[in-house]
Design a protein around this ligand. Structure first.
Ligand SMILES: [Zn+2]
Ligand SMILES: [Zn+2]
Length: 196
């Protein structure tokens, strides 16, 4: 099913942070569902209910497609460890909205699909990570294709220099534009223990 790329508005739940993704479509990003403990713990740490048994759904794309119209100053960032994903949170209403890596050189962002005004634009979920498996370890579905798509986008952004357009990192120092709050190991352990 081909969907022409179009600009898709996003906002945090309270509407303070607003913007759009330029040219969002199933070909410019991947709609994924993540069942992992860190994504669940991220929501709980931010004060939201545990999403389980539902996954957290994201649209993975490159950060140069993100345009903020208002409220950017309300973004804060936390992480579950010194090398873990950066989880960008709307401090106005608490909701985690974006995940990035720790360097802009790898042009990757995932935005919660629930933050998108027009979720149909990104098509159905194409891949699932850490799907609970009663018989043993969690399973991934369709992740090979989604990882390959992300790597192709990252490579293209690297070659064209588009990786430099990234609202989450300082253009000069390449450091995150906010101080990263590292969640205390004990707090993380307590949240994870509370997840069923
Ligand atoms: Zn996850
Ligand atoms: Zn908000």
């Amino acid at each position: 099913m081909f969907k022409a790329p179009r600009d898709v508005a996003f906002s945090c739940p309270c509407g303070t942070i607003k913007g759009h993704i330029r040219g969002a479509s199933p070909s410019t990003g991947t709609h994924i569902a993540c069942f992992c403990a860190d994504c669940r713990a991220g929501d709980v740490f931010a004060g939201l209910p545990d999403p389980s048994p539902e996954p957290v759904r994201y649209f993975q794309t490159t950060p140069d497609r993100l345009h903020f119209a208002s409220g950017f100053e309300n973004l804060s960032v936390f992480s579950f460890g010194p090398k873990n994903l950066l989880r960008w949170q709307a401090s106005c209403c608490g909701s985690p909205l974006f995940n990035t890596l720790r360097t802009p050189k790898i042009a990757f962002v995932s935005i919660k699909s629930s933050a998108l005004e027009d979720q149909a634009a990104i098509g159905p979920v194409r891949a699932s990570a850490f799907v609970p498996n009663p018989a043993g370890t969690p399973k991934h579905k369709g992740m090979g294709r989604s990882v390959w798509a992300a790597l192709s986008r990252i490579a293209a952004a690297r070659i064209t220099g588009r990786w430099r357009k990234n609202p989450f990192f300082d253009a000069e120092t390449l450091a995150p534009v906010r101080a990263v709050q590292i969640v205390d190991k004990d707090v993380r352990a307590r949240i994870k223990a509370s997840l069923g």
